[in-house]
Design a protein around this ligand. Structure first.
Ligand SMILES: [Zn+2]
Length: 107
């Protein structure tokens, strides 16, 4: 049997006592699909020259650079939360601390 713990407060979540809440966050570049028609299928008929250039580029990139090159910012995050942390999360999903920015401006 799987045992879950809250990703926020690290407390174990006993399904007999509390409900385990799952938070899924998907981060991806927003693409305006209404503009898709301007990208005609003709763009896919690229010549061999372009493929060679692409191959050279990929060969020159280090493995780490390649990962950054291919990274479009897409992330899928998943968290298990206990009920108390679920309520805290929903009150401030982005963890914004409104007064934090004034802490260093008193000098
Ligand atoms: Zn918790």
């Amino acid at each position: 049997m799987l045992h879950y713990s809250c990703d926020f407060c690290q407390r174990p979540i006993d399904p007999a006592v509390g409900i385990r809440h799952v938070v899924k966050i998907n981060v991806f570049p927003a693409v305006d699909s209404q503009n898709d028609e301007s990208c005609s299928p003709e763009n896919q008929s690229l010549g061999d020259d372009h493929l060679d250039d692409m191959h050279d580029l990929l060969e020159r990139l280090e493995e780490q650079d390649l990962a950054a090159f291919l990274d479009d910012g897409t992330r899928s995050l998943r968290f298990d939360l206990c009920d108390a942390c679920r309520q805290r999360f929903l009150q401030n999903p982005l963890g914004i601390q409104p007064n934090k920015s004034f802490t260093f401006s008193d000098n």
